[in-house]
Design a protein around this ligand. Structure first.
Ligand SMILES: [Zn+2]
Length: 371
């Protein structure tokens, strides 16, 4: 019988603020520490100084705010343990203390490593953005698998498939929810169809994307299908594209040059690293919106400016899947031995129809379970 306690500080029955505290028999570890954007509010995980006192290790899956945006908050509570993450994640976050174990410095995916007395872990690439990783952590009392954001389909980012692993508790990304009407390939075909039509009509398209992640994947897919399309991007994305094998030979220009672009009668694609229209680029972007087609490819905050654009028909929504959906979680559960699967990072009620039978569970933020 496992001897595990889970406390969900955020990230279950809500999208964002991923933060899971697991207590083994005599050790405590944390998986991710993200924030939740709710309108103008930025919510930290539901943690306090007493809870973090004995946490020895904080495993960080990747640098997105919903997974790592509350590291400063964790420090302010007096966390004195060690962070665990990849080198890319560490450099993207910038402000993580040096108490950090960089897993890909010497270690390799799937190789079991020791942390301290009795605590071991292995990791793999999770295919979600540059440097993203999943973890399996074990000690007396049980084994926990944490995927962070996970995708086996990325055309750009490496993924170490999770296969034949055991876990008493598997905390699995299911942010893609239950949207089952289109497969990944169909959604990509739909998106590329929209891009092709705009290019043909000589329309400039604006893609707001996170600073890390799907922007690079979208550029690779678009370049592969439409090699003559002009590609422009925010500086951080241009830099990332240059270090990505899939785009190393592709010319990607600064987004500032896009507005004077005269292609060969084709439109172009402009990638802005600002997924939710934050104030620093809003003037710039608002001006653009009048002349461009805005294409939204990820979750739209319900009261944010993009929701307004959608309502008024000035943007189109065409999802590019970077998360697992429930059908992907089913497949993962079939290929491994998980006793309990916590469905993470999706809004309340999304999975009610699969709860109560079998191994699937949700656990509201601020509550926990004993395994
Ligand atoms: Zn993410």
């Amino acid at each position: 019988m496992p001897d595990l306690k889970l406390y969900v500080a955020g990230g279950c029955e809500e999208h964002g603020r991923n933060c899971f505290l697991v207590r083994f028999a005599d050790r405590a570890v944390l998986f991710d520490c993200g924030v939740l954007h709710d309108g103008d509010l930025v919510l930290d995980p539901l943690l306090d100084a007493r809870m973090v006192r004995d946490i020895g290790w904080a495993f960080i899956s990747h640098s997105h705010a919903g997974h790592a945006g509350a590291v400063g908050f964790l420090e302010s509570l007096g966390f004195s343990g060690t962070y665990v993450m990849t080198g890319r994640t560490y450099s993207q976050l910038g402000s993580v203390p040096s108490r950090c174990r960089i897993i890909d410095g010497e270690g390799e995916p799937l190789v079991q490593e020791r942390l301290d007395a009795g605590l071991t872990f292995r990791w793999g690439w999770s295919g979600h953005c540059a440097g993203s990783a999943w973890y399996q952590v074990a000690m007396d009392g049980g084994t926990v698998l944490f995927t962070g954001d996970y995708s086996e389909r990325s055309p750009v980012y490496p993924c170490t498939p999770i296969r034949s692993l055991e876990a008493d508790l598997a905390i699995i990304d299911c942010a893609g929810g239950v949207e089952e009407q289109h497969s990944y390939d169909e959604q990509v075909a739909l998106l590329l169809g929209v891009v092709g039509a705009n290019l043909q009509a000589d329309i400039t398209m604006v893609f707001p994307v996170p600073p890390q992640g799907r922007g690079i994947e979208l550029m690779a897919l678009i370049h592969d299908r439409f090699p003559d399309a002009g590609l422009f991007a925010s500086e951080a994305l241009v830099w990332q594209a240059a270090s990505s094998l899939a785009l190393a030979d592709v010319r990607i220009r600064s987004s500032k040059e896009a507005w004077n672009y005269k292609g060969s009668g084709h439109g172009c694609c402009v990638f802005l690293s600002d997924p939710q229209f934050r104030p620093k680029v809003i003037d710039f972007s608002t001006r653009l919106v009048e002349r461009c087609s805005v294409i939204l490819t990820g979750t739209v905050e319900k009261d944010g400016p993009y929701a307004d654009l959608l309502k008024t028909g000035r943007a189109v929504f065409c999802r590019y899947p970077t998360h697992q959906r429930l059908s992907d979680v089913h497949a993962l559960a079939e290929q491994n031995r998980f006793s309990t699967v916590l469905l993470a990072d999706a809004p309340a009620g999304a999975f009610d129809h699969v709860l109560g039978s079998g191994r699937y569970a949700v656990c509201q933020s601020g509550t926990g379970m004993v395994l």
